[in-house]
Design a protein around this ligand. Structure first.
Ligand code: HEM
Length: 503
């Protein structure tokens, strides 16, 4: 009995501890702070309530921030700890630059998937990984992928029925195959997953997991108490299913990597082309020079990291773009006319064409501004007591940045709710050089910015151009409610929003 009472007291202490910090911040900083506390759930409660009320997970937060423009920070909680979200560039600029002081919140509870990949790793391991892969993501290297991206997009977009179907399925099937071909070679790209397109398995996995974390209070409570054991101790059907889906994905990638490794072992003079070969080459031939050494599990998790990070994000951007084009017929025509003019009868999109597609670029940047695919970073946990300007962060607290804090702030973007493609130059930077470059950073900034940002833009420009060259998009009038959901990434729910009409 005494243990039960002690357990309950400990739980109450853990749950209320962040509340004390929230109150302390409000008393100390007054109007400079917005507060949002919900036992264990914190912001997640606001997201799920907002989705239910507004059909948009981030609408309530956007309104809250808009109505409190003077606020520098939003203080809330993430499970049992305080979460400090910086809203002004002068603060989050420092936070992004001092990335070494933080570790990342293990958002995807199942540690078998991405915990050893570049997105989640820290310290010397992360640095080694970024050095190893960095060159593969430079613009000059990525433009070699343009013919392949053309091929994949063309193949997936040909002979689609004249009808209604979810953009997200097509988009993730394209972006998934592009990542597989670019980084893992043809062998893996051609493997089907139990007869299914593996990219759709990724989308399913991320959507299901996202719904679990944003919508299931019970899952949050269980994960807070049990961490990874949430999948093995008294799992519910939904948790069991997700764990099995993860296992299927892991086995699939493992097989593909093993087969590539066997090929490399048997054929020493293979020309190293893709990222996996570079990794495997180091693992097989130079691992004794690596400090820390590379493990097979790391290679597997790095592959899954790139596959996840590269598939779902860009597919969401393409999906949002198609929705806005279908909603704004005038804008669709304007963008389409630019594509026709720049391509001038050619079917294959080249690097030169991409440079000239200024309206397409501006439009995609506006999509990211209005519906940012990654509206927040993965929350970072402070590894020591520190200050960001005058704000004290205690070791163990979480810190984050929210893209929406300024993306629709009229101080930076006049008429902020309007899609205005003329704000942007063809390289995706703002025309107005007076705007603080940190006002809008959809790919984060500093040493841990998105390594795949150029790929994401090259790819989405090609896919949107190919879609418009082949189809006219209209809104499916049967859909009554549009839903923007938080599913780790942020984007449309997977409904048949759009009618595709062949041109
Ligand atoms: C519209 C598309 C994309 C958006 C909006 C986006 C956004 C982001 C953001 C905000 C981060 C920082 C995360 C954090 O600090 O918590 C990030 C990191 C990362 N992204 Fe992307 N991303 C996109 C596409 C891609 C693509 C196509 C790839 C690769 C194929 C990719 C790979 C990564 C990786 C590996 C990291 C971790 C980098 C590091 O920590 O060093 N992303 N991305």
């Amino acid at each position: 009995m005494i243990y039960i009472i002690l357990g309950i007291v400990a739980l109450i202490y853990l749950i209320t501890q962040p509340l004390l910090v929230v109150i302390y911040f409000k008393i100390k900083y007054g109007k400079r702070v917005i507060i949002q506390y919900a036992p264990m759930l914190g912001l997640l409660r606001t997201l799920s309530q907002s989705r239910a009320i507004n059909g948009d997970a981030f609408e309530s937060l956007s309104i809250l921030i808009k109505n409190n423009r003077k606020a520098d920070i939003l203080v809330t909680n993430l499970l049992f700890r305080p979460l400090i979200i910086f809203l002004k560039p002068k603060y989050y600029r420092i936070f992004m630059q001092q990335y070494q002081d933080y570790s990342k919140f293990p958002m995807i509870v199942d540690k078998r998937l991405i915990s050893k990949g570049m997105l989640m790793e820290g310290g010397a391991k992360w640095k080694q990984q970024r050095n190893l892969l960095g060159a593969h993501f430079e613009y000059n290297k990525l433009i070699n992928l343009i013919p392949m991206i053309n091929d994949v997009a063309q193949k997936k977009l040909t002979n689609l029925p004249n009808s209604i179907f979810p953009v997200m399925n097509i988009a993730s099937s394209i972006t998934g195959e592009v990542v597989l071909r670019a980084f893992f070679g043809e062998d893996i790209a051609q493997l089907s997953l139990n007869g299914q397109d593996p990219s759709q398995c990724v989308t399913q996995l991320i959507t299901r997991f996202g719904q679990l974390i944003t919508e299931s209070k019970l899952f949050q409570i269980k994960r807070a108490l049990l961490e990874e054991k949430v999948f093995s101790l008294f799992p519910r059907k939904i948790e069991k299913d997700l764990y099995e889906l993860n296992t299927v994905m892991l086995d699939h990638m493992k097989k593909a990597i093993q087969s590539r490794m066997e090929k490399l072992k048997n054929c020493k003079d293979i020309v190293h082309k893709d990222y996996l070969d570079v990794y495997l080459d180091v693992y097989l031939n130079k691992n004794d020079q690596m400090n820390p050494p590379i493990t097979e599990d790391e290679i597997l998790q790095q592959s899954i990291t790139l596959y996840f990070a590269g598939t779902e994000t860009t597919a969401n951007l393409v999906t949002t773009a198609c929705y806005f084009l279908a909603e704004n017929q005038h804008l669709q025509e304007e963008v389409y006319q630019e594509i026709l003019g720049v391509l001038n009868g050619e079917q294959i999109i080249t690097a030169k064409h991409l440079q000239n597609l200024q309206k397409v670029t501006g439009f995609l940047m506006e999509c990211l501004r209005l519906k940012p695919v990654a509206p927040m970073l993965i929350s970072k946990q402070a590894q020591k007591d520190l200050y960001i300007k005058d704000i004290f962060i205690k070791k163990g607290w979480y810190v984050n940045y929210m893209v929406l804090s300024n993306a629709q702030n009229k101080k930076y973007f006049s008429n902020p709710k309007k899609i205005d493609i003329t704000r942007w130059k063809s390289d995706g930077t703002l025309k107005d050089s007076n705007i603080d470059p940190f006002a809008f950073v959809p790919f984060s900034a500093g040493g841990r910015n998105c390594i795949g940002q150029y790929l994401a833009l090259i790819e989405s420009k090609i896919v949107i151009s190919k879609i418009l060259m082949n189809y006219k998009l209209k809104l499916n009038e049967k859909i009554i409610r549009t839903e923007w959901i938080a599913k780790i990434t942020y984007g449309l729910s997977n409904q048949d929003y759009i009618t595709w009409e062949s041109r």
